[in-house]
Design a protein around this ligand. Structure first.
Ligand code: GTP
Length: 597
């Protein structure tokens, strides 16, 4: 296709504003998929995404569109993940296209992720088409939302297209706007090959599938190509496009988006943002701005049943095949036995992986407290990146500790503002900005990432009844008074419960933790002290009193079957328990104890 008849675009939106529904409608309108093959949310392929209604992997579709002027166009839509954890993937896929549809729910208005994503699009020099969705709903208010887009985002919304992705109203207008308002791609077919690696994933039959956007040159089957970041060379076996089913083509030229396979075994070898060129006639320089995405949140995953360790290893290896930003290494915990220390892009990423292990691989897990990476500066001048609070060296050898900070943007209806400010303040936040967009407040906070990884989303949702939206990005590291708090049950440290905390908040957190554990740990035949400590110093303490009698005592010693039944019941109850010294701690205790309120 000649460049003038290609348009490449993505759709940016806040979660639930209708991105996937609109994409489905565009595909359907252009008969890209036969009606009978059309299922809802064509672009969200994994079950878990469908269930949670979130798009995780960027996907793409090529649409042929005959415009009202009679000319044939090729439209390439790249679907971007909508969640903050995947900000880097979003920013890369945006560099592969020239424009964006900015979808805003006309009954809701601009939200935090609308802002984050649209700024990424603006950074990528996109032409932006505002789309007001859900106009079929009675609560639609296009004037207000258009005004808000102009006020808050600062782009012209006077020609915003009014759409119902549900009924199909406004879909033709959207397609026409794409070909008239978005610029065609640029590129030189005779120049050396320069292609961007937009995404990659593992397919059981084809190996690694690589999504590419050709900038210059032509890519053909059989070509020997080189990944410029790691220097690896591969022979292209298959070239194709997504319609959205995989369809083989002979070649891809400038401006085109498609996939290649090349017997690549691991997703790790295909870094998003890398530049692909011909091995024999390479381009002079790679595309600018490559940075590998790195995990920022870590936690331990342990099987509840230690016999399932090998199954867990297997599950983790399989998941890692398809996810280059998920890292893992083996870990042994005195309390939990063998498991893995895993790294994630963010909390949602963590939850998705944990859910998949539990559901798809049927392994019950104990998840330890999520932790961020602390920079621990030792007195001898060395720097220790700390991924696991259990590894924190003795305080006497530590000079100072730095923690990662984030810039968080929260949009919230006025009436909940007070609660949101309090929440951020409680989490050691520093307010940076407070402005209004209509009746919604927009607050910007500088927060420690570690205060956000526990249950910040949950708290934010509950104090605002779900009306707040939230987005963040990392800003850097800062020194603070951070210490490791250990939890001791019956004088035995439970390493899985140790955590890094701010010194000023340690007593409060310690007290909350031991009080909770007191409720969560069942009584035993003896007294159990539960303590929180920093170094050797106990900062909070509770005592769980001993059970008065044997449970079977009330059976008068006579009824043997009843006695046996009771003992069996006790045994079953123990299955989900972990033994620490002489104490059994139920699995839920770990999860519950780590939630703050
Ligand atoms: P993520 O994939 O989670 O980012 O969400 P999304 O932005 O893709 O939203 P999605 O397309 O899943 O739509 C969210 C909800 O809004 C779904 O229940 C849709 O059926 C509904 N929806 C989407 N467009 C319209 C519309 O035009 N009118 C009405 N009434 N509902 C719509």
């Amino acid at each position: 296709t000649d460049l003038a008849h290609i348009r490449n675009f993505s759709i940016v939106a806040h979660i639930d504003h209708g991105k996937s529904t609109l994409a489905d409608r565009l595909i359907q309108q252009t008969n890209t998929v036969a009606e009978r093959d059309m299922k809802e949310q064509m672009l969200d392929s994994m079950d878990i995404e469908r269930e949670r209604g979130i798009t995780i992997k960027a996907q793409t579709v090529r649409i042929n569109y005959t415009a009202l002027n009679g000319e044939e166009y090729v439209l390439n839509l790249i679907d971007t993940p909508g969640h903050v954890d995947f900000a880097y993937e979003v920013s890369r896929s945006m560099r592969a296209v020239e424009g964006s549809l900015l979808v805003v729910d006309s009954t809701q208005g601009v939200e935090a992720q609308t802002l984050a994503n649209v700024y990424t699009a603006i950074d990528a020099n996109h032409e932006i088409i505002p789309v007001l969705n859900k106009i079929d709903l009675p609560a639609t208010d296009c004037e207000r939302v258009a005004e808000q887009i102009e006020d808050v985002i600062g782009i012209d919304a006077s020609n915003a297209i009014r759409v119902s992705a549900k009924t199909g109203q406004g879909i033709i207008e959207t397609l026409e706007a794409i070909i008239t308002h978005l610029p065609p791609p640029k590129g030189d077919a005779s120049a050396p090959l320069k292609a961007m690696l937009v995404d990659s994933w593992y397919d059981a039959y084809l190996g690694v599938i690589v999504l590419v956007r050709i900038m210059d040159g032509v890519l053909k089957k059989g070509d020997r190509v080189r990944m410029m970041q790691n220097g690896s060379v591969h022979q292209v076996e298959r070239i194709g496009v997504f319609r959205p089913a995989m369809t083989v083509v002979d070649q891809l030229g400038p401006g085109e988006i498609g996939f290649i396979t090349a017997s690549i075994k691991q997703v790790r070898d295909t870094k998003v943002g890398d530049t692909i060129t011909h091995d024999k006639a390479p381009c002079a320089a790679p595309l600018p701005g490559f940075k590998p995405s790195v995990p920022v949140v870590f936690c331990g995953l342990f099987p509840v049943d230690s016999a399932e360790f090998e199954d867990l290893r297997d599950a983790i290896e399989k998941l890692a095949l398809n996810d280059a930003s998920f890292s893992s290494e083996m870990e042994t915990s005195a309390a939990l036995g063998f498991g893995f220390r895993c790294g994630f892009l963010g909390l949602l990423h963590l939850e998705v992986i944990r859910d998949r292990i539990e559901r798809e691989y049927d392994i019950e897990l104990i998840t330890t407290a999520p932790s961020v990476i602390y920079n621990v500066f030792m007195k001898d001048g060395t720097l220790l990146p700390l991924h696991n609070p259990a590894d924190m060296p003795d305080l006497s050898t530590v000079d100072h500790v730095e923690e990662p900070r984030i810039k968080a943007t929260i949009l919230v209806p006025d009436e909940y503002l007070g609660d949101v400010l309090k929440l951020c303040q409680d989490r050691r936040g520093i307010q940076q900005d407070l402005t209004y967009a209509g009746s919604r407040a927009m607050v910007v906070y500088d927060l420690p990432l570690n205060e956000v990884v526990f249950d910040f989303y949950d708290r934010l949702k509950s104090v605002t009844k779900g009306y707040a939206s939230f987005d963040y990005h990392m800003t850097g590291y800062r020194t603070d008074n951070l210490v490791k708090m250990s939890i001791l049950v019956n004088d035995e440290p439970v390493d899985a419960l140790s955590m890094m905390v701010h010194r000023d908040r340690a007593e409060m957190r310690g007290r909350a933790m031991v009080e909770k554990l007191k409720d969560l740990i069942p009584r035993h035949m003896f007294k159990i002290p539960i303590q929180a400590a920093i170094g050797g110093k106990v900062i909070a303490r509770e005592t769980l009193s001993a059970m008065r009698k044997d449970v079977t005592a009330k059976c008068y010693g006579g009824d043997a079957t009843r006695k046996k039944k009771l003992l069996e019941k006790q045994k079953a109850g123990k299955k989900k328990m972990r033994q620490f010294g002489k104490v059994d701690i139920p699995q839920e205790a770990f999860i519950s104890a780590l939630k703050m309120d």
